[in-house]
Design a protein around this ligand. Structure first.
Ligand SMILES: Nc1nc2c(c(=O)[nH]1)N[C@H]1C(S)=C(S)[C@@H](COP(=O)(O)O)O[C@H]1N2
Ligand SMILES: [Mo]
Length: 303
């Protein structure tokens, strides 16, 4: 496990300004919440689950081309409108079909496991993709400590929602708070990341600070941002995009070049920063690790 030379992938000024960034964040009152994560960032090990041979998407695109409808619907809106999003104090509740429900603050959640860097291929349902060096640890670290009961089959997630901090949300055309879900075995898969950073830093607000989920073999909208609640349950949870448009966004939403969105093909994708389109890979290229979760399922029906 080695520390990654960010100087090779990150513009020099960002790399060099890391300390200053953290100090400024502390001064700005992101304060303790920011530093619970920031304090852990100096020795982030590279995870064996990380991709090895793919070129990273430039940091400006990762933090400047976002979907976060609470902060507006255009790709550049979240970076502008989420700047002062308050992430301290933060609480994350885990409840429902568990023996040990718990409310965490950021400090206590950061103590559960060492942070790792995971370079993942990401694929938005809108047929663009990125390669992002996330930081976090497996979501299973949180779920297993809550001790799921025998009835727990699914995991429901909920984002923070505050119309005063997110005035653009009312133009988003979606019901808020944003909700998402996974089957319990998907949520427990080691690739499923509870994410607290990217490119060597704490998560910028537009990427879902202070905590979000990353599931790299699914379409981007499964990767719910700024989460406050994790609920284990027997029934399949509702999801925001299915509530908005049920026949376009299925519960599973595994990346699948053979199942088109009703309004466009999913066979190819544009990697942000590249000119020619690439072929989209089944399970976004993670089939070796996740195909067994869906053995015997019709993935055209369970899209
Ligand atoms: N709360 C919330 N989470 C969200 C969204 C959103 O609008 N609100 N958009 C989703 C979509 S469509 C994508 S593609 C990813 C984008 O994550 P990124 O901006 O960090 O790349 O976030 C997902 N998580
Ligand atoms: Mo997306």
């Amino acid at each position: 496990m080695s520390k990654i030379p960010y100087s090779q992938v990150t513009p020099q000024h960002i790399y060099a300004n890391r300390r200053k960034f953290i100090q400024n964040a502390a001064l700005a009152g992101l304060g303790l919440a920011g530093s619970a994560i920031a304090a852990k960032l100096d020795n982030v090990a590279k995870s064996p689950l990380s991709l090895k041979d793919e070129k990273l998407t430039p940091v400006d695109a990762v933090t400047g081309y976002n979907n976060f409808y609470e902060f507006g619907t255009s790709k550049d809106a979240p970076a502008r409108n989420a700047t002062n999003f308050k992430t301290n104090p933060w609480k994350l509740v885990i409840e429902g079909e568990v023996a040990k429900p718990k409310t965490y603050d950021l400090d206590s959640i950061m103590k559960l496991a060492p942070l790792e860097e995971r370079i993942y291929r990401m694929r938005c349902v809108e047929a663009w993709s990125m390669v992002i060096p996330w930081i976090g640890f497996s979501l299973s670290e949180v779920i297993k400590r809550a001790e799921p009961t025998a009835k727990a089959k699914f995991v429901a997630f909920e984002s923070y929602y505050d119309p005063r901090q997110m005035p653009q949300a009312r133009y988003g055309g979606l019901p808020f708070p944003y909700i998402e879900g996974l089957r319990l075995d998907e949520a427990m898969h080691p690739l499923t990341l509870l994410c607290s950073g990217l490119y060597g830093e704490t998560l910028p607000p537009q990427n879902g600070a202070p905590l979000r989920i990353v599931v790299p073999w699914k379409y981007g909208f499964k990767n719910i941002k700024s989460i406050v609640k994790i609920k284990l349950q027997e029934k399949q949870p509702n999801t925001t995009w299915a509530l908005a448009n049920n026949n376009e966004y299925g519960f599973y939403s595994n990346v699948n070049p053979g199942v088109d969105h009703p309004r466009w093909s999913q066979a190819k994708e544009r990697r942000i920063g590249e000119f020619f389109k690439r072929d989209t890979l089944m399970f976004n290229g993670y089939g070796d690790q996740v195909a067994k979760l869906y053995a015997g399922m019709d993935l055209k029906k369970n899209y």
